[in-house]
Design a protein around this ligand. Sequence first.
Ligand code: TRP
Length: 525
Amino acid sequence: MAETSSARGSWNSKLGFILAASGSAIGLGNIVFFSSNAYQYGGGAFYLPYFLALFVLGIPVMITEFGLGTMTNRSFPEALYRVAGRKAEFVGWWSLASALFITMYYVAILGWALGMMFGAFGSLFEGGVTAPFAPFSEPTDGPSATVYFFDLITTWWPLLCVVAIWTMNILILWKGTATIERAVRIFVPLMWLFMIGLIVRGLTLEGGVDGVLYLFTPDVQGIQEPAVWKGAFSQMFFSLSLGLGTMTAYASYLPKDADQVNNSLLVSFMNCGFEYIAGVAIFSLLFVFALNPVGGTLSLAFFAIPQGIAEFPWGVRLFGFLFFFLLVIAGITSSISLIEGPASALIDKFQIPRPQALAMVAVPGIVGSLFFALPQIIDPSLSGNGTLGLSLLDVMDHWAFNYSLLTVGFFECIMVGWVLGADKLRAAVNKYSKLPIGPWFDVIIKYVAPLLLGTVIVWNLIEEFTGETLYGAGADLGAFNWIPYVIPFIWLIGTLAVASYLTFGRTYKVAPAAYSPSDSPQTPA
Ligand code: TRP
């Protein structure tokens, strides 16, 4: 009985699925990481590679991940097992173990966003000394979001916020698709509304349009830099929620006859549309207030934007609050999907009740998130990343963001393209697609995507180890100088160990049948 898909849950409507999948895709990646990547790589130089990545990587891999979900009605590891055997299952678990690491710091960032959201009605926009007992506080002339942020993360409050965010995630996931659908029906439309509010505000300020021009004027010189391509590919995978089994888990709750080409196009375009809107809103603020975001990935969202909002002629607190509220809800509709991936895979493998699977993911997850929110100051000069939590987060993000997603994407294309045969996936998807995909899809999945991904990964690794120092080892972290060396090991050994154990150490309660095209109920007569 547990074998039936109704016991696993199913979406109530196609709209529910589209809201959930686009809610997964639209998140911190679109608001925080996209704009800081685009800024770092020079605006106009970034979006051409990014646009290309959407068509040659993003959409085809999304069709693949959605297709795997409906072909097998199982989450990522079992879906891969059914189409390509045990080795493929290993890739699935490796990706979910990586998803857990990413969730840990993703939730920590959301915890800070929640803290800033409360701050908007507290002293964030008041200036002066912002938080008691915080070592970075120096009386400032006006409000300083940077000071406020560092004051915040050097207190224990974010740990409480982290627990709050995890609790919300678990509540939303408690009854699976039923509760997810209820949450995304509220959060996803709200998220669009707030973003549109912000863009209207940004563009109606004098000078706002210059930011847009910076973002959209092509920079032919810039795109000759290989780093831009690496940034664009990683960002595309992250933004579309690919490479961590998320989209397969969500698609596995769809009926077999779902049109996955249509779904992939819808979700990808909604995601990238939102991303450009967010980019326009953020870049217009940057230019209006001549803000110069320095420092790491988070500085744009956490310092520069609130700083811009602080200079609004009216509505400072309201827009400040809305911006962080937007971050929190956009982030939660993504973090639930990051947690649902591993949880649904554990349910499929061990046929355990959902609360037990959620606990297996949430307990290590919360512990990890708390580490990333630790407030001890280990780098008083702030040349590195300030607190212990932020330093751990920065190094973990470097490895997980740049390697996990692309590596999984690479092996996924090999397994589906060569072991199963890209044509088989294409046939299964085309059976229900109003817009059938042509043989170009096979070429992309078998050759183009693995070649592009493989090149970027290898080239990344070469850069990594031929540089002066290992990532993050440049800063003086005193007694914590081990962080840049130990974190990559924890990530690599940890994810490989979990994946090996779950693939080879434990067997399926119900042995997975190999995929056969006749699995589909509506084989044409
Ligand atoms: N796409 C989300 C964002 O842009 C994050 C995310 C959710 C994700 N699920 C994922 C990233 C799976 C990679 C893989 O914020």
